[in-house]
Design a protein around this ligand. Structure first.
Ligand SMILES: Nc1ncnc2c1ncn2[C@@H]1O[C@H](COP(=O)(O)OP(=O)(O)OP(=O)(O)O)[C@@H](O)[C@H]1O
Ligand SMILES: [Mg+2]
Length: 509
């Protein structure tokens, strides 16, 4: 072993991996040092998750070598990878909801005593692992009884339960709010100081600059380069990821400027003291035709809950809802869909795509449901619709017949969006439509929302990314602790004003 070889913790050389019709990785080099946080960046479908899955033995590789601590390794399963010191939290939380927290943390490596599972030892071990992520839970409760954020931290605790040298996190923060992200980063900083090498995949640039020491960029399965975060300005990073200039984003910005001063639109949706105890306090809200209204607030502030009672998933207990001048109350989502509403839910894993169906089938699903099962949409028409949206949203797939589960996470998200856009709804509710979507696609989606607005669609836009809200909305309703606490319009909309309203601090604008 040369000195050179031992300088880094992980060395990947010449890694290649193909799937039928897709070269996911081509001759990629990737190096992680001890005691660093290394961000792996790239657009949707760039190959980030594939690199991680090949390294950890989920998929076999076509070519290339791995060295950990200077020693050649070839894990054939995640368990193999764990045994050599590589622990991973995957993009899709792969825990088992109905098992307890303790069982999930120790899954596959339960402590045994007299040939049986030692439940007390297991609980102790789980508690110790949770303590490393600064979490205190009743480890006997089923995992599903906790929020997605807690489940994510449990997945991290599980990863730390083994003696890891290298910790890999694939989009760990996409379901966490700002405070939870900071808590996670505290944990990562602690682990880094202990000499652990940490790989993080995220689409949030702020987070990369907050935590990562170095950055490796992939594009279309190839290595673009390796950089020190401090020496790589954001615009540089973004243009390396997308491989082109970012003029499109600017066009969106200018478009909104004009829209913001347009005359008041005709009201399509009006809520009057509409609410549901425990979900959202009675609130007033309107969305006009050709208007994008933002719903801003922290995670858990009642944004999704508001969308759910509008869409008829949960029943409102107070107030009235008017749609197009008619008093309405939806008994079910089906009823809402019939009336021309569409809702893209935020959690794509739970409520979203159907993994085994093709891209085409996933896209036409809601459309077919509305048409009724007795009036099937012709196969030819289905194909046309699928092709149209694959093009419109830039869904990267070898074709419409590919199973959705084989698409990258961000592209699955786009399929979900296509499903609802295909319905040409009167009112579109978008809940975090750009979560897990790369910068290029984000700009595309922002542009798309604006063009839908121009065609007269009413849009309720839920997003944690204030920048997006400020850029894209004509009005913003702010929620805090499951109640409406303010509304901003036109020039009064700024990140600062929204933040102050969320925080409840007096802010003279
Ligand atoms: N099991 C699979 N079968 C077929 N193709 C796959 C499979 N897994 C990934 N791919 C393809 O390989 C490419 C890389 O996907 P990967 O999931 O690694 O992207 P990613 O960089 O993680 O993207 P995202 O940011 O959207 O999560 C994509 O074109 C994807 O469709
Ligand atoms: Mg991925």
């Amino acid at each position: 072993m040369t000195l050179e070889a031992s300088a880094s913790l992980l060395e990947i050389r010449g890694l290649s991996k193909s799937f039928p019709g897709v070269k996911a990785l081509e001759g990629v080099d990737f190096t992680v040092r001890r005691g660093e946080v290394h961000a792996l960046m790239g657009e949707n479908g760039a190959g980030k998750s594939t690199l991680i899955k090949v390294l950890t033995g989920v998929y076999p590789r076509d070519g290339g070598t791995f060295r950990l601590d200077g020693v050649a390794i070839a894990p054939r399963s995640t368990k193999d990878a764990e045994s050599v010191g590589i622990s991973t939290v995957y993009q899709e939380v792969n825990l088992i909801p109905h098992l307890s927290v303790a069982e999930n943390i120790c899954l596959g490596r339960q402590p045994m005593r007299w040939g049986m599972i030692d439940w007390r030892a297991m609980a102790r071990r789980a508690e110790a692992a949770l303590a490393r992520v600064d979490l205190k839970l009743d480890v006997h409760q089923p995992l599903a009884s906790h929020s997605i954020a807690i489940q994510q931290l449990t997945a991290l605790a599980r990863a730390l339960d083994v003696e890891a040298k290298l910790l890999i996190l694939d989009e760990p923060t996409s379901s966490l709010d700002a405070k939870e992200v900071e808590e996670l980063f505290q944990v990562l900083r602690k682990l880094r100081a202990q000499g652990m090498g940490i790989v993080i995949v995220t689409h949030f640039l702020d987070q990369v600059y907050a935590i990562a020491d170095r950055i490796t960029v992939l594009r279309d399965g190839r290595l673009v380069g390796e950089y020190e975060t401090a020496k790589l300005p954001r615009v540089e990073l973004v243009s390396r990821m997308v491989g082109r200039e970012l003029t499109k984003m600017k066009a969106v910005e200018r478009g909104t400027e004009a829209a913001r001063h347009a005359p008041a639109p005709e009201v399509l949706l009006e809520l009057r003291q509409f609410g549901r105890p425990g979900s959202i306090a009675p609130l007033d809200l309107t969305v006009g035709q050709g208007e994008v209204v933002g719903l801003a607030g922290l995670l858990g502030s009642g944004r999704t809950e508001t969308a759910r009672i509008i869409f008829g998933i949960d029943r409102a207990r107070s107030g009235e809802m008017w749609l197009g001048g008619k008093k309405t109350a939806f008994r079910s989502p089906r009823h809402a869909i019939q009336e021309g509403l569409a809702f893209t839910p935020e959690n794509r894993k739970v409520e979203g795509v159907i993994p085994h169906l093709s891209v085409r089938e996933n896209i036409i699903l809601a459309l077919q449901a509305r048409a009724g099962l007795l009036r099937p949409i012709s196969r030819k028409r289905q194909g046309e619709i699928a092709d149209e949206f694959i093009k419109l949203l830039g869904i990267s797939t070898p074709g419409p017949e590919q199973a959705v589960m084989n698409l990258s996470g961000g592209n699955q998200q786009k399929v979900l969006l296509a499903r609802w856009l295909a319905m040409q709804p009167r009112l579109l509710i978008l809940d975090e439509p750009t979560r897990g979507i790369d910068v290029g696609a984000k700009a595309e989606i922002e542009k798309l929302v604006q063009s839908l607005r121009e065609k007269g669609m009413a849009i309720l836009f839920i997003s944690s990314e204030l920048e997006e809200v400020v850029r894209g909305c004509q009005r913003v309703v702010v929620l805090r602790d499951r109640a409406k606490v303010g509304e901003l319009a036109g020039d009064a909309i700024s990140e600062e004003a929204i933040l102050h309203t969320i925080a409840g601090s007096s802010h003279a604008r």
